[in-house]
Design a protein around this ligand. Structure first.
Ligand SMILES: [Zn+2]
Length: 260
């Protein structure tokens, strides 16, 4: 995927297509059966040769322990060609590398996911699965992507880029990042803005109130209910602006100190 930071999207409520594997027959011989890994929590269909059950299990256990949840039976599917992967997502083109789907508790891994980025990308999608299975409606859409990046240790928010934007999104109006794009309304930059802002919000909440406590309280309810009482944040938009401004400034200071 050309833009890794944008490659971690989740599809909600997209229509389901039947999964078609491109099983190339070798030399006109019989089509080889796709390799399937079987874990207690999931089956991994079409697994690439570099992926083992032990490695998959390690990522699963790391995310399960962070979010305190045992994942219930899901399907993970690897795609060999981008066209069938995007068709499953429901769009013709999108800068995504994987997605999780709530409706049938499935995770879809695009052909661009390789051994180098598997742990981060897969961990991000598993965070979405736990959102669906454990937290249900408790995690607002504006936090979902940022939380997934935070718990999967998938990069850092780019605070200096955020600080340069003419405006930050209105937090509680941040819908699903792909809804606007799939309807032809959003631009790739608006998707990036969503991901960066959501990631910044997750770090802000982690610092101000401890995400663990916030998520525990919010289970069965909503994170938004507790932000004022637990985190002392009355105005989430003002808090985000202030946080981005301070983090981008402190980033500059570090650069000044370390570069001659
Ligand atoms: Zn995502």
């Amino acid at each position: 995927m050309s833009r890794k930071s944008l490659g971690l999207m989740t599809a909600f409520g997209l229509s389901s297509f039947s999964v078609v594997f491109a099983n190339p027959a070798v030399g006109g011989g019989p089509v080889r059966a796709a390799r399937t890994l079987t874990l207690n929590q999931m089956t991994v269909e079409g697994a690439p040769s570099w992926l083992t059950e032990a490695r998959t299990q390690r990522v699963v256990e790391r995310i399960e322990s962070k979010l305190e949840w045992d994942i219930r039976k899901i399907r993970v599917i690897f795609y060999r060609d981008r066209e069938s992967f995007l068709k499953e997502f429901g769009v013709k083109d999108a800068a995504i590398s994987a997605f999780a789907r709530k409706k049938d508790m499935s995770v879809h891994m695009g052909p661009g996911v390789d051994s180098n980025d598997f742990d981060g990308v897969f961990g991000h999608e598993l965070s979405h699965v736990i959102s669906y299975q454990k937290y249900k409606e408790a995690i607002p859409q504006w936090l979902e992507e940022g939380l997934a990046n935070l718990v999967s240790r998938n990069g850092k928010p780019n605070y200096s880029w955020l600080a340069q934007q003419s405006a930050l999104p209105v937090v509680k109006q941040m819908g699903h990042p792909f809804q606007a794009v799939s309807q032809g309304k959003g631009s790739p930059d608006s998707v990036r803005l969503h991901y960066e802002a959501s990631h910044a919000l997750a770090e802000l909440l982690k610092t101000k109130c401890g995400l663990h406590d916030l998520l525990q309280l919010s289970t069965g309810s909503s994170v938004e209910k507790y932000i004022a009482t637990l985190c002392g944040i009355r105005d989430i938009d003002a808090a985000l602006r202030d946080w981005v401004s301070r983090k981008s400034q402190s980033g500059k200071e570090v650069k000044n100190v370390t570069s001659p």
